[in-house]
Design a protein around this ligand. Sequence first.
Ligand SMILES: Nc1ncnc2c1ncn2[C@@H]1O[C@H](COP(=O)(O)OP(=O)(O)O)[C@@H](O)[C@H]1O
Ligand SMILES: [Mg+2]
Length: 439
Amino acid sequence: MKLQSQLNLAFTALLLVILAVTGYVIYSMILGMLIDNEKTELQQKGELLVEVLNEQYSPQGSVQDLSDFLNDQNLHLFLYDRSKNQILMSTMPQQYVEGFSANQYFADNQEDLWEAGNSKFVTSRILIYPEQTGLELILLTPLTDLQMVQQNFFRRLILVFVIGTMAAVALSYLLTNKLVTPLTKLKKQLKKIEKRQFDQIERVKATGEIKEVEQSVYDMATELNRYMKSQQAFFQNASHELKTPLMTIQGYAEGIRDHVFDADDQEKGLEMMVTEVNRLKKIINEMILLAKLDSEQTEYQPEQIDANELIEQVLDRALPLVSEKGIELNHTVDQNGVFYADQEKLLRALLNITFNAIRHAHSRVAITVSHQTIMIEDDGEGISEDLMPHIFHRFVKGKTGETGLGLAIARAIIEQSGGKIMVRDSELGGAKFVIVFSV
Ligand SMILES: Nc1ncnc2c1ncn2[C@@H]1O[C@H](COP(=O)(O)OP(=O)(O)O)[C@@H](O)[C@H]1O
Ligand SMILES: [Mg+2]
């Protein structure tokens, strides 16, 4: 069943139960209330009559005068003489008088609800003053009158309930519709994600928790799209990077096989083939390393690394390239500087950046370590503006670039170690790479 129907059904059922209980309670209470009310009214009416009687008819006045007056009132009543246990007058048919007498109602002071045959009456009894006359006025109202009022009231109550229920159900439909519509729309968007139609995804208007879910879905789709695009780009770039050296190797190999080269060219070809094979090996090794860094498999073994020791290791490994290029490599390291990372991997990242700097420097490279920051800068030509935003992406490289994977590897390692890497222009004139570890 649809969510909206379920919600509406639950709400309607709840409403009906509440109304049924309320209706039952009201129905059973109303008759009692009407009877009480009627008794009070009879009492008031009676007292009023007695007052008039006492004013107009002296105790010595004849009963006949009283009867005439009472007969004119258009009420159900008896005039009862308690001292003689006798009914002096009645405005009701004889059968009731007999019925009431048979049940001893007149003599009994307690009974409020009198019964004769199938009819019941609400009664009220008023003494006519002065008391010594012993006269009592008894007023009656048929219970059927009250039951009619009860029925009438109940019919109206049902009508109000029916209209109220309809209004409530309509309102509930509107509200649940408002609640469910965004969910239905969201479901459609999820279907699009499933079919990878990322460019057709639309935002859904919603509020509260549904809005949060919608935002998450949207973020997820964006991230998934980005990831898929980057994977695609990676494969395209990777196959391109692998194809170029392979084509060179194939060209020379076929040339040598078909004896199209003279001895010198053949020597040169073999030389080229070795270089290209080495390049291929390097690309493949770096791709494997990157894939490993990306997957959860790589185990980082963070440990305390002494900053001085780390930079010493970088300098040791950079020494051959430094002397080959004939540049100056300066370093300033904070005393007591300590990093918390996987030492071998962090060294790899720093070497990638340092080798780049040495390769691009004119005459100088500087490494500075202070607090939790490592800076590596050079006085080379720097990084062009259009390359800057993408420099850490895979296979992004400049004119004299090699694999374009070195900085991607460095970033992966540093981010996995909880650090950040940024590139800036250096005051020395070249590029400046800043690595910051959060404290
Ligand atoms: N210190 C630097 N000075 C100028 N350009 C740099 C520097 N470091 C990196 N680059 C540019 O960034 C590109 C990407 O570097 P990297 O990812 O290490 O790949 P690769 O060194 O294999 O080309 C390089 O090709 C180069 O153009
Ligand atoms: Mg490099």
